[in-house]
Design a protein around this ligand. Structure first.
Ligand code: ZN
Ligand code: ZN
Length: 443
């Protein structure tokens, strides 16, 4: 083949590769992160190389680059393509807005944030949300130690046990029934007094920005978005990946979404209509019907979806129905005096949905089972549904996955509240105090 002909062929191939690369970049929301990365890198490198070759189209032979130069160029292009692809991924909508793009400037949202008593600006004008009582951070862990823990977790999840589940059909559910169905971790469906509410739904196989970790325990992901009927209110407690899942939120059908202040920026970036997003600051409440309210309360936690921490608020919520049935949704958060304040303010609540994970050491931003019990008593709750368990193992601990369930079961004996331990997918009859639950996690 003549040199001229070959050069023009390279240009055509280059053009095709450019089109494929643009297509790939549009597709970078895909959960198939590794495939996205590999294809983008290969096509982008090939594209750059084609342009490089074509630029010598009319050069005499002696000016053409030798093997060595070409090799260096290809390696350089490869490095560029890798960096470029990772950035393209990090800018994709699933990451939301808080870390890379200065979405706050000049918006109404920033004005509202500045008015919030919980948003603090430093001298440089940078701001962040803060807890009422600051978190106590223990000694910092080295990168090597983190990496070791990560490898241990990845190894552990390979041998994870299959979780037994049930599947209540929510599509054909009687609209008059007052029920709750837990989906594992902190996700649940609540239907009470004519309203359908879903909290922190995560149906993806992996609940993080990473491709392999943490994976849902085998068998735990029984529900898909098509199993959920249209929801009146979707509640998101904070922007962590195990509570705000891009794929699930984008696939669900909901009329409104309630979230803590500035989490709406993420949702707007996802592509959700701003008109249906209701952002709430701590101690605010909204009416969702006649004598029907959602209250937003503090939680002792933090937020981060990209690099920067605490650019969006984290919260707990309380649903108060027309018959005065009260459901407290703790979200994520360490033990704090807020629980007692809420218990006092409402004169007790009917159901507390509280996190009950188990970590090697006590943390001020999560609760150990003993603290979950204290919080339930502080809230003067009639019933406790312990969550943040049985689906994702997020942090390294020496305990088996069912340990927090065992522990809370033991600690709840002879207490003034009823412990609800449904299987994933099992129907909880919210107004039936006599419903019994099994120790399903024990073989
Ligand atoms: Zn969290
Ligand atoms: Zn969490």
């Amino acid at each position: 083949m003549g040199m001229q002909k070959m050069q023009s062929k390279i240009s055509i191939v280059g053009l095709i590769l450019a089109v494929i690369t643009v297509f790939l970049l549009n597709w970078c929301d895909s959960t198939r992160f590794v495939l996205f990365l590999l294809l983008t890198i290969v096509f982008l490198t090939a594209f750059i190389y084609c342009i490089y070759e074509s630029s010598f189209k009319n050069s005499p032979n002696k000016l053409r680059p030798g093997r060595m130069k070409k090799g260096i160029f290809i390696i350089g292009s490869l490095i560029f393509a890798i960096v470029f692809s990772i950035f393209a991924y990090a800018f994709s909508p699933k990451f939301g807005y808080s870390s890379y793009v200065d979405w706050q400037n000049g918006t109404q949202r920033l004005e509202r944030m500045k008015k919030s008593p919980y948003y603090k600006l430093d001298d440089s004008g940078a701001g962040e949300f803060q807890n009422i009582r600051p978190l106590i951070t223990s000694t910092s862990v080295s990168i090597l130690e983190r990496l070791k823990q990560l490898l241990k977790l990845v190894k552990e999840q390979k041998n994870a046990e299959t979780i037994p589940t049930q599947k209540t059909d929510l599509i054909t559910l009687d609209k008059e029934a007052d029920v709750l169905v837990w989906f594992g971790h902190s996700s649940c469906f609540i239907q009470i007094e004519g309203k359908r509410i879903v909290v922190d739904p995560v149906f993806s196989e992996v609940s993080s920005q990473f491709p392999f970790f943490p994976k849902a325990f085998p068998g735990s992901n029984v529900y898909k978005t098509e199993d959920i009927p249209e929801i009146d209110y979707l509640i998101i407690t904070h922007d962590h990946w195990d509570h705000l899942d891009y794929e699930t939120v984008m696939d669900l059908k909901f009329k409104n979404v309630v979230c803590p202040l500035s989490v709406g920026a993420h949702l707007e970036r996802f592509g959700i209509d701003p008109a249906i997003i209701i952002e709430m600051d701590w101690n605010e409440n909204i009416k969702i019907g006649e004598n029907y309210s959602i209250h937003c309360f503090p939680a002792r936690h933090y937020s981060r979806r990209g690099i920067k921490r605490n650019q969006t608020l984290w919260a707990s919520f309380l649903i108060e129905t027309p018959t005065s049935f009260k459901i407290f949704i703790g979200g994520d958060g360490g033990y704090d005096s807020t629980f007692a304040e809420i218990g006092k303010k409402f004169g007790g609540i009917d159901l507390a949905i509280l996190e009950n994970g188990k970590f090697n050491e006590p943390l001020s931003w999560h609760m150990q089972s003993e603290e979950t019990i204290k919080a339930t008593e502080d809230l003067k709750a009639k019933a406790l549904l312990p969550v943040h368990v049985a689906k994702f193992k997020l942090a390294s601990s020496d305990y088996p996955w069912y340990f927090p369930l065992d522990k809370i079961f033991e600690l709840s004996k002879n207490k003034n509240f009823k412990l609800l331990t449904p299987m994933i997918g099992q129907k909880i009859e919210l107004k039936n105090a006599n419903q019994k639950f099994k120790k399903w996690w024990k073989k």
